[in-house]
Design a binder for this molecule. Structure first.
Ligand code: IMP
Ligand code: MG
Length: 177
């Protein structure tokens, strides 16, 4: 089936939102250092742009997780595919995600990270689908709330495609193609 992508948030809207979050984080962490944990691959574009907007000293590390358990829904049993390079003990950690859907992946991941004793641990996501939430997660910084549609772009993929789109769009499927 062929598909196309309809723009939901333009490049300018996304850029402006990232600037706003950068200002917020810079204020909240004034006088402190921030350690960003970027969840691969989806959050990579967002995390890099956000890091550039933060005025306090920033370090960045990457982690890749996959939820296993079968089916299309994430199970929340998180398998670490690529662990962090650096310890997070006593660091002010901000986990940066692309989108929070059921919340299962993140709530499990947060438990894993808490056990490593960071000084503080907050969550930042570019997109949030609140109507899909199954597990409660406390998210400090949210870019945009989106309805229950499949979104792509700015790091988010459909079948590994569209991550490179500079805007956020909705995948629409063309009939009879
Ligand atoms: P959950 O919150 O554990 O259900 O899973 C969140 C993950 O599912 C995200 O990090 C994305 O990788 C993926 N995901 C959920 N909704 C979308 C979407 O609309 N587009 C692309 N990926 C999505
Ligand atoms: Mg993800």
């Amino acid at each position: 089936m062929a598909e196309h992508v309809k723009v939901m948030m333009t490049e300018e809207e996304v850029t402006n939102k990232i600037k706003e979050i950068g200002i917020l984080i810079s204020k909240d962490y004034e006088g402190k250092d921030v350690h960003i944990i970027c969840i691969l691959k989806g959050a990579s574009f967002f995390a890099c742009e956000l890091a550039k907007r933060i005025k306090v000293p920033v370090t960045i590390d990457f982690m890749s997780v996959s939820s296993y358990g079968g089916g299309t829904e994430s199970s929340g049993h998180v398998k670490i595919v690529k662990d962090l390079d650096m310890p997070i003990e006593d660091k002010n950690v901000i986990v940066v995600e692309d989108i929070i859907d059921s919340g299962r992946t993140l709530s499990h991941l947060l438990e894993l990270l808490k056990a490593r004793h960071p000084k503080s641990l907050e969550l930042c996501t570019l997109l949030d689908k609140p109507t899909r939430r199954v597990v409660d997660v406390d998210v400090k910084y949210i870019g945009f709330q989106v309805p229950d549609l499949f979104v792509v772009g700015y790091g988010l993929d459909y079948d590994q495609k569209y991550r490179n789109l500079p805007y956020i769009g909705v995948v629409e499927f063309d009939e009879d193609k």
